[in-house]
Design a protein around this ligand. Structure first.
Ligand SMILES: O=C(O)CCC(=O)C(=O)O
Length: 245
């Protein structure tokens, strides 16, 4: 990680609400983590509670793994290395707390899309010093459902939400921003590359209709100084209440 210019990254993050980092993980680390995720899904997942995962519409292919830090804590040291924690600390402007380790698997052919949203509609934190480090385990291409971001959108704060009805992504934004894809930042990545986005940056992704998996592994950090906002929590609970697990 010595190749990262942290001050420049901080400036870019503050301006755009999203930054790309090449080679956050080495090919060996990616291989090791991917093997462990495959093993966890195959051997352990069926014994975990329903909040450990969301399936695709076929009811059996994993769309998301949730709460890996609780359900599979042994994976955390493979990811949350000191340099990554230090980077998170700079961007959340305080002591970083790892509050989520999860995946967006986007399996080949059936991986579902993610509606336009801001993560803080789920996280419900104030101040909004919270972020996601989205690490590519596969090549992310134009064809397999990359994440698109509306640059600078975090600066407008949290926008009105609506329930999206999407299992695994229940909170959408009430009005899509109307910015063409060509003017949005497209997170094309090689395995081991990462995106870091602010929790109020608007983003979304299309279904994966390609023959290639697009697995993203996410680390979510907040500063220990942030607090839950009860009104936001209530809206989130309402949006989730009618969705299957
Ligand atoms: O991986 C995706 O397609 C969406 C990811 C996402 O919504 C997020 O990182 O908050």
């Amino acid at each position: 990680m010595k190749h990262i210019n942290v001050s420049q990254l901080f400036q870019d993050y503050e301006r755009d609400g999203v930054v790309r980092i090449r080679r956050l993980l080495t090919p060996d680390q990616v291989r090791e983590i991917r093997e462990e995720l495959d093993r966890y899904i195959f051997e352990d997942l069926s014994g975990k509670p329903p909040d450990a995962r969301t399936f695709e519409a076929d009811g059996k292919t994993v769309r998301n793994l949730w709460r890996l830090e609780q359900h599979h804590p042994a994976i955390v040291p493979m990811l949350a290395q000191p340099e990554i924690v230090a980077l998170a600390s700079k961007l959340v402007k305080g002591e970083p707390l790892l509050c989520g380790v999860e995946t967006f698997n986007k399996p080949a052919r059936i991986g579902s899309g993610v509606p336009y949203h801001q993560d803080n509609a789920y996280f419900c934190q104030t101040p909004a010093d919270m972020l996601t480090i989205w690490i590519a385990m596969d090549p992310v291409t134009l064809d397999n459902g990359p994440v698109y971001y509306v640059l600078g959108s975090h600066k407008a704060g949290l926008l009105p939400t609506k329930a999206s009805g999407v299992n695994g992504n229940s909170m959408g934004i009430a009005e899509e921003p109307g910015i063409p894809l060509s003017q949005q930042f497209c997170g094309l990545l090689d395995p081991g590359d990462a995106l870091i986005h602010h929790c109020e940056t608007i983003h979304h992704s299309a279904p994966n209709t390609s023959e290639h998996s697009r697995l993203g592994l996410l680390l979510v950090y907040r500063g220990t100084h942030t607090q839950s906002e009860p009104l936001l929590k209530a809206a989130y609970a309402a949006a989730n209440s009618n969705l299957p697990v």
